[in-house]
Design a protein around this ligand. Sequence first.
Ligand SMILES: [Zn+2]
Length: 105
Amino acid sequence: MPAVTNFDELKRLHNEARVRGAGSKAWIEFAMVMFDSFPALYDTAKAMNARFSEVRSNDDLIKVATGQVRHLYNGECPDEVEGPNVRDPDCPACQVLLAAVATAN
Ligand SMILES: [Zn+2]
């Protein structure tokens, strides 16, 4: 059975299976379609999650750049003394930088 990745079609199949009941032809067909479609659906969901974290990361980076999220400067934040590559895991601004680097890699 070919994979179905159109969510409207999956919803239609699900509704039909639900109405006809467990063990019905529609129910078995839906189960088989979901089994065959799961890898493609998983890849789609994974790509969407990655895209959402990228967007969230960009929004957070803008907040750091505009001063809405500030460094604590308790010794491990990037500055002229410590250099650009240090991060304080307890600092909200440094956490954004750490997350952005993790997303970029
Ligand atoms: Zn910091």
